[in-house]
Ligand binder design. Structure first.
Ligand SMILES: C[S@@+](CC[C@H](N)C(=O)[O-])C[C@H]1O[C@@H](n2cnc3c(N)ncnc32)[C@H](O)[C@@H]1O
Length: 297
């Protein structure tokens, strides 16, 4: 069960409603029938938020009142780890999971080796790197980094979802490198100022709320002269929510910024400009988006 960032925005006032719907759809359709899952979810959204005016009311409410705090747990493995969830999650840090996750990730990375080598080279550019990865997820970006790490390097990954943090542990075991996954929120990183030489994320900010807070936190824990390396998609995952209600492209960009969710690389540039961060290099790929690199002054 995953409550996505835009659902949290839309149901900020009554999160129990979306929680129940997602739990129900997950039980019925996940993972064997994603089509029915999304079709039924769309029907629910159209019934609950019938008009653009209703949709706008919800957006305005979040823009004014939303905060970078956990409100429900995006999944059962976030802020409320019952014994059942713990028991189910235990295999995530095993070597078997490391082997499976790495095999799956390596097959994806092999489709464009040059892109992923460049991503990892940007992250591991110093003689000795202390890396913080934001948003581990299933571990695609984690694999790209860990497989290129040298003995002097250290990797730390943060994810709000406990299972994802354990994926990083399993992958670090598999590649026999110094690596640790930590369950925490990017809104309040449990690290001292100026701790890491590199901070990175692979297509992770696209799924987060409160982007300005996350960027401010990452700059805080990055050393002066350290690099922020972001692989970001060109468009937001949430555009289709808006197009369903007839928003124009300009309106969508404006709303995504006001809601403090990912709107595009221009939004990231604008925020980082206010945070003592210099853009240093950028690679653009038609399908995969950007590898954007910034340096802390
Ligand atoms: C699409 S995944 C990232 C993909 C991943 N980097 C990869 O390469 O496979 C997004 C992740 O962001 C995490 N996430 C969302 N909001 C977060 C927050 N506030 N703090 C930490 N992690 C968060 C989710 O739990 C999810 O695992």
């Amino acid at each position: 069960m995953v409550i996505n960032a835009l659902d949290e925005v839309l149901f900020w006032q009554d999160i129990a409603v979306i929680h129940e719907v997602i739990q129900d759809l997950t039980a019925k359709y996940h993972p064997h029938d994603p089509q029915s899952y999304f079709a039924e979810k769309k029907q629910f959204l159209q019934k609950t938020i019938p008009t653009k005016a209703d949709f706008l009311r919800r957006l305005e409410h979040y823009a004014e009142n939303g905060t970078p705090t956990w409100i429900s747990g995006r999944t059962d493995y976030c802020d409320d780890l019952g014994m059942n969830a713990l028991k189910k999650a235990i295999h995530f840090s095993t070597p078997e999971n490391g082997e499976q996750k790495s095999a799956k990730a390596e097959s994806v990375l092999a489709r464009d080796p040059a892109f992923w080598t460049q991503y990892a080279n940007e992250i591991l550019s110093k003689d000795k790197n202390t890396v913080l990865e934001m948003t581990i997820g299933a571990g695609l970006g984690t694999t790209a980094i860990l497989r290129q790490m040298r003995p002097a390097d250290m990797y730390f990954g943060v994810d709000i979802d406990f299972r994802c943090a354990k994926n990083a542990d399993a992958l670090a075991r598999h590649y026999q490198v110094n690596g640790l996954g930590i369950t925490a929120s990017l809104w309040n990183l449990p690290f001292d100022d100026n701790t890491f030489s590199t901070i990175c994320s692979n297509q992770g900010l696209e799924e987060c709320r409160e982007i300005p807070t996350i960027l401010a936190e990452s700059v805080r824990v990055l050393q002066p002269g350290g690099k922020l390396v972001l692989h970001c998609l060109k468009t937001s995952h949430w555009v289709r929510y808006f197009t369903d209600y007839g928003f124009s492209d300009a309106e969508i960009y404006d709303w995504l910024c006001r809601l403090r969710v990912y709107a595009g690389i221009e939004q990231i540039d604008a925020i980082l400009l206010t945070q003592s961060m210099n853009p240093i290099t950028r690679k653009e790929d038609a399908a995969k988006g950007y590898i954007a690199v910034y340096e802390k002054i």
